[in-house]
Design a protein around this ligand. Structure first.
Ligand code: DAK
Length: 252
């Protein structure tokens, strides 16, 4: 199996499992990852995903051995991008837990997630320029939106490594988690999310993502509609009642 799924309480951990190839993304690993996430996304008992790799590599990018065999026609006709469109339709929040290398498609996979936690030894980069190509899973677009044009240009045009602390400073990484037991720390953060209303979590994810797609005015209209719609949910009544009754809410 190229991806190992483990459910701990309401969190599902998807561990990329091609260690000899530094978790490079070939068709099999992408298919297993995305179909697994899709299945779990439908389950009411799942409140958060963590995608991770191992201590050496989160993911060293698309599998160059697989890619080199393809010509323009195959690249054009095979619907490679469809995997990532499905990924971006997953409604449950996804945390990337990045240890080691996150290069090329691996950095782009992390950026497709909703929160990126990195260990101190994580290293990010878009080295495609060294292969004679450019990022192909949204790297030129998402990195630019996260860190701005100047930084994105410098990182992608040079193909250099971006260490974890710099990645945090420029806004690529949500937070670097220092100290031992990196995965325990990430799990604790994921489990906090799973205590909240699942509807509110999904609505938050959808609304923040909308900010990347629309004008401020349209985004605020969208936010207001979503906010109003949450007054149809039991969890809104529960959350507000629990506050007034000075108790911990029990969300479904
Ligand atoms: N693909 C295939 N194999 C890889 C790999 C990769 N990306 N990265 C590493 N490996 C393999 C190595 O070939 C080696 O295999 P053996 O020689 O042992 O058989 C093994 O993993 C261990 O790697 P190293 O020996 O190189 O390990 P080191 O510690 O010395 O170096 C490294 C680690 C991460 C610095 C180095 O492996 C490296 O630079 N790797 C390549 C990183 C890279 O260039 N990534 C970007 C790939 S391009 C698209 C979809 C996807 C994409 C684009 C378009 N469409 C849908 C259109 C994405 C493109 C990319 O990601």
């Amino acid at each position: 199996m190229n991806v190992l799924f483990e459910k701990i309480d309401r969190t599902v951990i998807a561990k990329l499992n091609r260690p000899k190839h530094l978790n490079a993304l070939n068709s099999d690993i992408m298919h297993e990852l995305i179909s697994g996430l899709q299945e779990y996304d439908k389950q009411p008992s799942v409140g958060c995903f963590i995608i991770t790799g191992n201590e050496k590599a989160f993911c060293a990018g698309a599998d160059i051995k697989e890619m080199i065999q393809k010509d323009f026609s195959e690249m054009f006709h095979e619907d490679y991008f469809s995997y990532w469109e499905i990924f971006s339709r997953i409604k449950t929040p996804i945390i990337a837990a990045v240890n080691g290398y996150a290069f090329g498609g691996g950095c782009e996979l992390a950026m497709l997630c909703d929160i990126i936690y990195a260990s101190e030894n994580a290293v990010f980069g878009q080295p495609e320029i060294k292969l004679g190509v450019i990022p192909g899973i949204g790297g030129t677009q998402r990195l630019t939106k996260l860190v701005g044009k100047s930084k994105a240009m410098e990182i992608i045009l040079t193909g250099r490594n971006v260490p974890a602390l710099e990645a945090e400073k420029i806004g690529l990484v949500s937070k670097v988690l220092t100290g031992p037991n990196f995965m325990d720390q990430v799990l604790e953060k994921a489990q906090l999310l799973t205590t909240y209303s699942k509807t509110a979590l999904k609505a938050t994810k959808e609304t923040i993502n909308q900010a990347l797609e629309s004008s401020l005015k349209d985004g605020i209209v969208f936010e207001r509609k979503v906010f109003h719609s949450l007054f149809h949910t039991e969890n809104q009544v529960e959350g507000m009642s629990a506050f007034l009754e000075k108790r911990i809410p029990k969300f479904n």
